[in-house]
Design a protein around this ligand. Structure first.
Ligand code: ATP
Ligand code: MG
Length: 507
């Protein structure tokens, strides 16, 4: 007899419905899976067989054929264990159900219990969009699944439990119906409060501007001046995410299998700081079946590249396209997937290999050639994509010994939030969220420079030899500075501050 059960695959960040057809016919006992399954799906045979037996059900000693359709979509991972098991139970008439509007997801263990499965959020979201009425998922993923409201989501601990539910013996209550999304939000941040960073007021200001408009930053300075510390305090001054942003980020973490079990919804902006030995694929994403890389894991948050020149040249160059496009497309023989990559890039570096070039106290011991070679490791095109360059000088004893704390992150963040709300209003009819995302079209529409600032802009263009991209970046940055000051148009003072963040001699 033939049974049809529906399940789901994840392609990139989106779900795709997969039909699991199970046919049981007379013949020598065999269990075949067809329809482009990968190794983990092939291994499902052993898990499904053991799980059915160990749940007190009967594994039919007949010829079993499982077809996963559509055949051209590669099926990977163990999420098809449950639908196959259900298909076998339906087809061998051990349970009866109308499975046409039900979705089954989950990996089985040999004793018949269900395990955590990656990508539950995008799959359950697809189930709702496609008009399913029930989704059966592993109980450990119940909180994640209940982010999608308006769908009857049934958490399963074991296959035996599902069988008695389908037979109508013992109904399992659906999850999440009574839990409001707001109750599931875990707001905690491990970031250092910016108040603990002594001195460096101009760097804090630069970071505030960067947070307000989503601009990229590079900090340069001698060892121990606080660059890493400042960057790590960044999450504490970034604006809160909207629910839509949080869901986007949660999807990325869900398909990467990085969603913490106790945090169904990512409400903190991500802060990723990969080590400089990271590979190409680790940074932009990749693998035979592409997975999001660090740039997608920092979507809507911060990608912090500490010791920037130490990153391989090729690794930094691949950042050029996603920094501009805010998405990354990974092509493979089997097809291509696109992941979001709308992140803020923060880089930290020493000005030279010994670290003290330009330091007023300690002498630099590097040969002149070494310094320029070191700085050239960060290429011109990448630098052209950076809005803010800031020097982080050594901090003197008086400031360091001062016991008074600086301004707290909470206060800085409230100013950032105000500037962001101006931007949200400005871009409400577009898909943009902050000034840094503006294209030349929006720059022309919203970056109005006051007449007396025009001449300053002209002089700066000529003297600093700005590229067209840098010119637009200066305007976007000035717009953010004006937003922080609640100004309608860009005044000379806003423009002057933005120009001050252009690279100087050190670059
Ligand atoms: N401005 C500061 N206020 C308070 N503490 C500071 C400051 N700068 C540095 N420190 C102290 O020095 C330590 C090292 O700072 P940090 O790691 O940020 O330096 P860095 O600039 O990243 O140096 P490197 O170039 O070697 O990476 C911090 O953990 C902190 O204890
Ligand atoms: Mg450091």
């Amino acid at each position: 007899m033939l049974a049809k059960v529906l399940s789901c695959a994840v392609v990139g960040l989106e779900g795709a419905i997969v039909e699991v057809e199970v046919d049981i016919s007379a013949g020598l006992p065999a269990f075949t899976i067809v329809g482009l399954p990968d190794t983990a799906v092939q291994e499902a045979r052993e898990r499904v067989r053991a799980a059915i037996k160990n749940s007190g059900l009967t594994f039919p000693m007949k010829r079993i054929t499982v077809n996963l359709a559509p055949a051209d979509l590669k099926k990977e991972g163990p999420a098809y264990d449950l639908p196959m098991a259900v298909g076998i139970l339906l087809s061998s008439e051990q349970v009866f159900a109308d499975a046409s509007r039900m979705l089954f997801l989950g990996e089985l263990s040999l004793d018949g219990s269900l395990r955590h499965t990656h990508g539950i959020l995008p799959m359950v979201a697809l189930a709702k969009e496609s008009g399913f009425n029930t989704a059966f998922i592993p109980a450990s993923d119940a909180r994640e699944a209940s982010l999608v409201q308006g769908l009857n989501t049934i958490p399963l601990k074991s296959l035996a439990e599902l069988a008695s539910h389908l037979r109508g013996e013992k109904a399992i209550p659906s999850c999440g119906a009574d839990v409001a999304i707001e109750d599931m939000i875990v707001r905690r941040s491990a970031a250092i409060d910016i108040a603990y960073v002594k001195g460096q007021e101009h760097v804090k200001r630069a970071l505030e501007v960067a947070a307000a408009g989503g601009h990229n930053v590079i900090m340069s300075g001698p060892p121990g001046s606080g660059k890493t510390m400042l960057a790590r305090s960044m999450p504490s001054i970034l604006p809160n995410m909207t629910m839509a942003e949080a869901l986007e980020v949660t999807k990325v973490y869900s398909v990467s299998g990085l969603l913490p079990q106790d945090t169904p919804l990512m409400m903190q902006r991500p802060f990723r700081s990969p080590h400089y030995t990271i590979s190409h694929a680790g940074l932009v994403g990749g693998g035979r079946w592409p997975r999001p890389g660090e740039i997608s894991l920092s979507h809507r948050g911060v990608l912090f590249l500490d010791e920037l020149p130490e990153f391989g040249h090729a690794v930094l160059e691949v950042l050029r396209q996603p920094v501009e496009d805010k998405v990354v497309t990974i092509s493979r023989a089997q097809g291509s997937v696109t992941f979001p990559a709308n992140f803020m890039l923060i880089g930290a570096m020493n000005p030279c290999p010994c670290g003290y070039y330009g330091d007023p106290v300690k002498e630099c011991t590097c040969a002149p050639g070494t310094i320029s070679r070191y700085q050239k490791r960060v290429s011109g095109p990448l630098l052209d994509r950076i809005d803010i360059f800031v020097q982080v000088p050594r901090i003197d004893y008086e400031k360091l010994a001062d016991d008074r704390l600086g301004e707290e992150s909470e206060k800085v963040r409230s100013r950032v939030e105000e500037a962001r709300s101006i931007q949200r209003e400005r871009f409400q009819s577009t898909h943009l969220t902050c000034n840094a995302e503006m294209t030349p079209v929006e720059v022309r529409e919203v970056c109005h420079v006051e007449p007396d600032a025009q001449s300053l802009l002209r002089t700066a263009m000529n003297q600093l030899v700005l590229s067209a991209r840098a010119f637009h970046r200066v305007l976007k940055l000035s717009r953010t500075i004006a937003d922080l000051a609640h100004a309608e148009t860009i005044a000379a003072s806003h423009l002057a501050e933005a120009l001050q963040y252009r690279p100087r001699t050190l670059f």
